[in-house]
Design a protein around this ligand. Sequence first.
Ligand code: GDP
Length: 259
Amino acid sequence: NVWYPGHINKAKRRIKEYLKAVDSILIVLDARAPLATTAFEIDIFKGKNILFVLNKSDIANNELTTKWLQTIGQTAPVISFNKNDSISKIKNFVLKNSKTKLNETRLLIAGVPNVGKSSIINKISGKRSAKTGATPGITRGVQWINLGKIKLLDTPGIVFAKLFNKDIAAKLLLVGSLPIENIDNYDIISRAFDIYKTEANVEEDFEDYITKFGLSRGFISKGGKCDFERSKNIFFKLLSEGKLGKFTYDKDFSMWIYK
Ligand code: GDP
């Protein structure tokens, strides 16, 4: 369970260690919630060459992704990406925006949980299984993946969003960065459902909607009633996987404050 505080502290220590070895950071955001997925202490990357990826663009709203690319692009290099894209898109993007004076760019892929960091690293390393030995300055078995003029750490940097407000938490739930099983705060669930309701033009309230959803999929508990807990969890899981529609939840472009 990545939400255990001990794990969060460990992840923090790891990132600091990785930062000593790299010059560039590819921050992976969920294209459906670019604001909520940057709600972490981004200052830890100060002094590094920061590049953004709006990932999972296949399950975001295309028009809004274009607008986010324009907005973020005014402050830093950014591309959209998804699992169907060729990994050369990322490679060329990193090369084009490399600022290092050395002859290779040393890159860390970072972001909040579930934005697709590991998928990108696996896709890259799948094609280039040739790894170059141990990583100077980093102890625990982390290695460089050799991409010619790019050296990529084979382990992602995991950062954790600050749940400053209900809205951020709700959006992180909607994109699967906060696992539904870990949320016992009904306000967050309720806010998330309200956001979905607006996007999907749903009229029913939460209880009715989830009950119908569960019954229609056969999530029945003893006595023939809807298994509400299971229905709720599966609803949020499918929604976060884009299987109930392509929705972009962050739309307030003026809130992009990264410089
Ligand atoms: P990480 O926690 O940031 O390392 O995220 P993972 O790489 O483990 O991905 C989290 C989930 O998102 C997995 O179920 C992936 O299959 C899924 N995923 C990753 N990239 C994409 C993408 O571009 N599009 C879609 N639809 N799903 C993706």
